[in-house]
Design a protein around this ligand. Sequence first.
Ligand SMILES: [Zn+2]
Length: 272
Amino acid sequence: MPELPDVESFKTYFKKTSLNKVIIDVQCSCKDLIRNINFKDLKSKLVGRRFIDINRRGKFLICEIKNIPEKLILHFGMTGNLHYVKQNTKKDRFTRLVIKFENGYELRLFSIRKLAKIYLVEDPEEVKLIREMGPEPLTISEKDFFKILDRHQRKNIKAFLLDQRNIAGIGNVYSDEILFKAKIDPHKSIETIGLKQRKKLFKSMKMVLEEAIDCNMYFDSSWLIVHRNTDMKCPRNENHKLKREIIAGRSCYFCPICQANNSCINRYEDAS
Ligand SMILES: [Zn+2]
C-alpha cells in the first residue's frame, strides 16, 4: 500500500509532470472511485484549468487548481500509482482516471483493486479521513508524540502506528521497519514501553520515513523491507530468521531476537 514515502514520491512525480498544463479532457473508467461529486461535475471543473500546486497530507495528495477554490484529492488505496505518458500509449486495464493535457501527454491513476479514492473539495477537512487525521510524523515534536502515546497506553504499538488518527501516513510496511529499527517487539502495548524505548521509537520513525524518501525507495540490505519477501534474514544478523505473524490484523514481519524484550536481547546476544 502506498504509505507516506511512496505518496511523497508521487507528489514529486506529479510536480515534475503535471503542473501548469491546461487540462483538455478527463476520463474515468470506474466512477465509484469518485466520492463526493459526480463525474460530470468533476470533469467540468477540471477541463480548461490547470494544476498549480500539490501537497501531501498523510497518504493523500491535495492538488490545487488555478482560479477555483476546489482541490482535487487523491488517495491510492492498496495498489494505486501514477503514470504520465503520451496520449497514444496503450492503456493498462487498471487505469481508472485519465487527465489529458494540451501537450499530448496524460496523467493516469492506476488502481488494481479499485480502492483508490478521488474527491473534489474546497477544504480538505471535508474528507473525514483527513479531518480526523493525526499529525504528520516528519514534523511532530518529540513532546507531542509522547503526549499521543500517553493517550493510548493500553493500545498495541503496531496498531497505534497503523491508526491514521494517531499519526498520519504510516502503514503496514513502514510500521514494521520503524519497530525493527527501534528494536521494539510489535506485540508490546504502549504502557510497557519505557522512556528510553519511546525516544528510540520517535527517532526511528523520523529516520525511516526521511531515509525512505531520500533513497527514493531503493533500499540497501540494512532494511527489513528488502528481506521480508525474500530470504527472511534479519538485516542485523543473518543467523536470525524473521518471523511473520498477524498482529493488529496485519501481516507483521519482525526479528524475534533483535525485537525481543530488553532482557531477552541480552540473553540472545550473550548466547550468539
Ligand atoms: Zn535480528
